[in-house]
Every structure is written in C-alpha cells, then in structure tokens.
Design a protein around this ligand. Structure first.
Ligand SMILES: CC(C)(COP(=O)(O)OP(=O)(O)OC[C@H]1O[C@@H](n2cnc3c(N)ncnc32)[C@H](O)[C@@H]1OP(=O)(O)O)[C@@H](O)C(=O)NCCC(=O)NCCS
Length: 235
C-alpha cells in the first residue's frame, strides 16, 4: 500500500518557526479548553431554607438591596471592592445572577441570603478542582453590617457548606481570609475551619469532609465574646 507524507495542520504551515510555535501553543490551549475536566452532574443553584433565612439565586429585582450592600463600606473593605457607579453596581448584580452552576474549575455559584423579604448578603462557592478524589471548593461570604452579630452569616455559610460536602461531594473546602479580617476568621472558626497556611496577607482556612459536622446548634447571642485579639494569628 502506498504511503503519503502527512500534511501538517494548516495552523502549523508557517515558514517562520516562531509563529509556528505560537500557533502550536494556541492549538494546545484550545484543545485543553475543549476537553476541560468537568464534574459528572453539575450542581445547580436552588432555594435553601434555614431556621431564619432563605438562600436563593440573585434576581435583577434585588437591585435596591444590592445597592445597600455595595454602599456598605465594611463590605467593600472586606472584599477589596471599589466604590462603583450606579451602572456598575447594576452590572455587578446582573453578573452575580448568572453564577448558578458548578461544573468546571473556576465556576462560581452564588446564593443571595434573604431575611424577611430583603437580601442581606450572600454565600458563594468557587469550584477549584473537579477530580472526585481531590475536589476542592472555596467558600465566600458577605453580609450587610447593619444585620451583623446575630449569626445570620454563620447560618447561611453552614447551609452552603452542606451543599459543598453534599451535592458537590467536595473533599475539602477552603476560605481565604485577609489576616486583618477578624469577623470573617471568627466565622470560619465557628464553622469548624482551621488555619492551614497562607501568605503574609491571607490565611487559608480549610475544612475536610471528615471534619464537617452538619448539625451544629446555633450559638446564643449571650455566648458572644465582647473583646478579642487584633489579628487572625492570635485567635
Ligand atoms: C464576615 C462577615 C460576614 C461576618 O459577619 P458577622 O455578623 O460577624 O457574622 P454572623 O452574622 O454569623 O454573626 C456572628 C456574630 O454574632 C454573634 N452571634 C449572635 N447570635 C449568634 C447566633 N445565633 N449564632 C452565631 N453567632 C451569633 C457571634 O458571636 C458573632 O460575633 P463575634 O464574631 O463577635 O463572636 C461580615 O463581617 C462581612 O460581611 N464582612 C465584609 C465582607 C467580608 O469581609 N467577607 C469575607 C471576605 S474573606
């Protein structure tokens, strides 16, 4: 049988070897995008009721509540968010409404936290790795300062952890927290996270599936400490 020399891929037919190499890299990147790993059945956002809260995907009609959140200086500081214009605030909300599914690394799922008909904050999960043996998600939380100190964020985050270790089947959940953000670090510790490393600016908290205790009783307000240390390292 006659054999014919194989023709190179059209992208690779370059006289200049450098542009050929670039084309090869582009092709490799596209190929890895096409075959990006994904979890078998995506986790889709849905309503969750807790003792006091409703968690559900954001809606464009949440604009007034969302504006209050973006106006909250402590929220912006905690998340390193800029002060946005009205239009940017609206666009940011619309962007948040679109994050409703976890399938591939980098996917984000956000649930708005509703108390008595108003959105007071949100909890989120970022899917970092998908292989079932090493599946990791990063949790996030934010809450209006005006409703702080009642355990709402803890309650919402606990519900999100249940999704992470239940529907998503994560083996590890992380929370990356600025060393100066004590309320956030205390929240992580209340949920059972432990510090596991980090950088000069951030502490990476982790909780493994085996450490997760779904039904922690809600702590009474009278048990709240009145004073505390000034950095995460002293907690
Ligand atoms: C991080 C953040 C959500 C924590 O808010 P919070 O009000 O401290 O959290 P909760 O609503 O869970 O309330 C817990 C506080 O109420 C007290 N509390 C009262 N009743 C409670 C109850 N039933 N259950 C649990 N805690 C209760 C707790 O003791 C705790 O106070 P403490 O931290 O002084 O011990 C909030 O500070 C925030 O949104 N910051 C800006 C955004 C941000 O930084 N996000 C994190 C980025 S890493």
């Amino acid at each position: 049988m006659a054999s014919f020399p194989r023709r190179p891929h059209p992208l690779l037919r370059h006289r200049n070897p450098v542009s050929g190499l670039v084309a090869l890299r582009v092709l490799g990147a596209l190929r890895s995008l096409w075959s990006a790993p994904a979890i078998g059945r995506p986790v889709e956002a849905h309503e969750v009721r807790t003792a006091r809260l409703l968690l559900r995907p954001y809606r464009p009609s949440d604009e007034a509540d969302w504006r209050r959140i973006e106006d909250d200086e402590a929220v912006r500081r905690g998340l390193d968010w800029p002060l946005r214009t009205a239009r940017q605030v609206r666009e940011h909300l619309i962007d948040r409404t679109a994050h409703t599914s976890l399938s591939q690394p980098g996917d984000l799922l956000v649930l708005a936290v509703e108390l008595e008909g108003h959105v007071i904050g949100d909890v989120s999960l970022h899917l970092r790795t998908v292989a079932v043996e090493t599946r990791v998600a990063e949790i996030g939380w934010l809450q209006l300062t005006a409703v702080g100190g009642h355990g709402y964020a803890t309650e919402a985050a606990r519900a999100m952890l249940a999704i992470a270790f239940g529907e998503l089947d994560a083996c590890l959940v992380t929370a990356v927290i600025d060393r100066s953000n004590l309320p956030s670090a205390r929240l992580a510790l209340r949920l059972g996270f432990r510090p596991a490393g980090g950088t000069s600016r951030y502490v990476t908290f982790v909780i493994a599936a085996s450490e997760h205790q779904p039904a922690q009783p809600v702590r009474a307000a009278s048990e709240a400490p009145t004073t505390g240390p000034e950095t995460v390292d002293n907690l």
